[in-house]
Design a binder for this molecule. Structure first.
Ligand SMILES: Cc1cc2nc3c(=O)[nH]c(=O)nc-3n(C[C@H](O)[C@H](O)[C@H](O)COP(=O)(O)OP(=O)(O)OC[C@H]3O[C@@H](n4cnc5c(N)ncnc54)[C@H](O)[C@@H]3O)c2cc1C
Length: 349
């Protein structure tokens, strides 16, 4: 709330919102300064301020924007209910069904890997409203109240002991038609906006946080008295360049998005450059820190920079999958951006 009050929480929002309408240069400075101050990451609000807000701004109705955006600024938390047990990379295979009955949809099915769903007030929900025609054509995008009757959430315990994401079970949940984003059967296009925000905007902030965290890697070299180790210094040099490149790629993405010239595949490039740099960062820490580092700090949840290099190393692999796997992003870049021949079986993301 302090960031909202100071006008720094949503620099990427349009200017009619408090703190919004910042130039690219201002957004970069805000992200850099937050990283430099090592401010806690807004873990509970990244889905709401990035994914949900961008979706509503680009595809929602005026009434939906007026209803939900002020609530997001007040701290309402959202989760994303896209993936299902049989639909991840092949997201268009979702089976969660919604049937229109009067002025509301009745939704039944199951979602999985929904980040922070146990704390969420609302959910960006992809449902199937028709099984006729191409898979994508029968998908509709709804905004679901997580406290609605018939919604139950089961957190998934991870290897580090955290419960970052959850399964969501939906049993005849009623969602008003006024909470549908776009037209019925046109949810696939809306979902692309959400995914682009996840791969691009969220990772812009995280790229800058990783840049700030390079200080931690430099401290580790000093603590372990490896300042004269040419191999370590060479690796560190490579890491700095890789992280800088990830930030520059994220900058370019934002510039294109602000300028309205975002291309298919731009967000996939941000995603893959961030996730490979993050893995290199965490692997560097584990290599230089050695076995002792594994016991230095308690394992706690976070994307990076928990103070425990082993936890950061394990977490770094989450981003090879979250927001769409690296392999699938490479397919998007190859087939849809560079127009290379498609693989025989289309996985359409
Ligand atoms: C940390 C984290 C947070 C997440 N948060 C959310 C969330 O909040 N909401 C949500 O809805 N989902 C979320 N997800 C789910 C995520 O979007 C899916 O895990 C992802 O899309 C992959 O789907 P899958 O797990 O079903 O794997 P699968 O689709 O089964 O893929 C398995 C493997 O096969 C590979 N593969 C699949 N298809 C191809 C292909 N065509 N070519 C080459 N390789 C291929 C993949 O790269 C992967 O390595 C999250 C995941 C993680 C790890």
């Amino acid at each position: 709330m302090k960031l909202v009050g100071a006008g720094y929480a949503v620099p990427h929002w349009p200017e009619q919102w408090p703190g919004g309408g910042r130039s690219l240069a201002e957004q970069k400075v805000i992200y850099e300064e937050l990283a430099r101050a090592d401010s806690p990451r807004l873990l509970l609000s990244f889905v709401s301020t990035y994914h949900a807000a961008s979706t509503l701004m680009e595809c929602g109705s005026d009434e939906q924007r007026a209803r939900y955006l002020p609530a997001i600024l007040r701290g309402e938390t959202w989760c994303q209910g896209f993936s299902e047990p049989g639909a991840g990379s092949d997201l268009a295979a979702i089976k969660t069904k919604a049937e229109l009955r009067g002025d509301h949809y009745v939704v039944s099915g199951q979602k999985v890997w929904s980040t922070m769903a146990q704390y969420a007030d609302k959910c960006l929900l992809l449902v199937r409203t028709s099984s006729d025609g191409p898979k994508q054509a029968g998908i509709t995008f709804l905004l679901m109240d997580m406290k609605a009757k018939g919604v139950s959430v089961r957190p998934i315990n991870q290897i580090q002991g955290d419960e970052e994401f959850c399964e969501i079970f939906l049993d005849d949940v009623e969602v008003p038609v006024s909470d549908r984003v776009g037209e019925e059967g046109k949810g696939w296009v809306v979902a692309q906006t959400t995914l682009s925000s996840e791969r691009g905007l969220t990772l812009m902030e995280l790229s800058y946080r990783m840049k700030g965290a390079l200080n931690r890697a430099a401290d580790l070299i000093r603590q372990n008295k490896r300042q004269d180790d040419v191999g370590v210094l060479r690796e560190f040099g490579k890491l700095v360049t890789q992280v800088d490149a990830a930030c520059a790629i994220a900058d370019k993405f934002l510039e294109n998005r602000i300028g309205g010239v975002e291309r298919i595949g731009d967000a996939s490039i941000v995603k893959n450059s961030y996730s490979s740099a993050l893995r290199a960062y965490a692997a560097f820490g584990v290599n230089v820190g050695g076995i002792e580092e594994q016991y230095r700090a308690p394992i706690t949840f976070g994307d990076l920079n928990t103070g425990n290099w082993m936890a950061d190393f394990m977490n770094s692999y989450a981003w090879t999958i979250a927001g769409g796997s690296e392999e699938v992003q490479r397919n998007i870049i190859a087939e849809r951006m560079l127009e290379m021949p498609r693989e025989p079986k289309s996985w359409v993301l």
